[in-house]
Design a protein around this ligand. Structure first.
Ligand code: HEM
Length: 155
């Protein structure tokens, strides 16, 4: 079966999407204070993370510091639920604006991915000790929706 990565247009499709998303984040009054002026490597890192989670190359884990770097990036940010919801809203709007496929199975996978990911990031952003971190320690591989398996993560 085609991977979510290929369905999204591979590296080019995902980079276009993340570029659109990051511009909207940096222009958003609720999220911009967390991101400051922005970082030049954010688009490359978020593109690589998304590619890997959607079944593409594993450059994020192999060359960009992997999941530990993601934990470190969010720690101490103290993300609140309103900011989490705004992140999801801008993510889905960027999917429309950048022309990611609009079919229902793909959009369901995209939504479950960003809903789960923002919960992990929010929890890690409040962790005072390592014990309070979300237990996830590696990039999760996301599946197409399967009505017989409510967990979209690969086994
Ligand atoms: C809950 C909402 C979230 C907020 C407010 C948030 C905020 C941030 C901030 C402020 C940074 C560091 C600054 C920067 O790189 O520009 C960052 C880094 C990052 N975030 Fe998030 N984040 C959220 C959720 C997510 C999710 C769901 C993902 C993945 C699906 C993600 C992936 C990343 C990546 C890949 C980096 C770059 C780490 C690196 O430099 O290698 N974030 N995030």
């Amino acid at each position: 079966m085609e991977s979510l990565y290929d369905h999204a247009g591979g590296e080019d499709g995902l980079r276009r999407f993340v570029d659109t998303f990051y511009s909207s984040v940096l222009a958003d009054p609720l999220l911009q204070p967390l991101f400051g002026a922005g970082r030049p490597d954010h688009v490359a890192h978020l593109t690589a993370f998304t590619a890997e989670t959607f079944g593409g190359p594993d450059h994020f884990s192999q060359q960009m510091g992997g999941f530990q770097r993601l934990i470190d990036a969010h720690r101490g940010l103290r993300i609140d639920e309103e900011q989490r919801q705004r992140f999801i809203e801008l993510y889905l709007a960027a999917a429309d604006a950048s022309g990611l496929p609009g079919d229902a199975p793909f959009r369901e996978a995209l939504y479950s991915h960003v809903d789960f990911g923002t919960q992990v990031a929010m929890r890690n952003s409040h962790a005072r000790t390592d014990d309070e971190l979300h237990p996830l320690r590696e990039v999760p591989i996301w599946n197409w929706p399967d009505p017989s398996d409510p967990d979209p993560r690969a086994d």
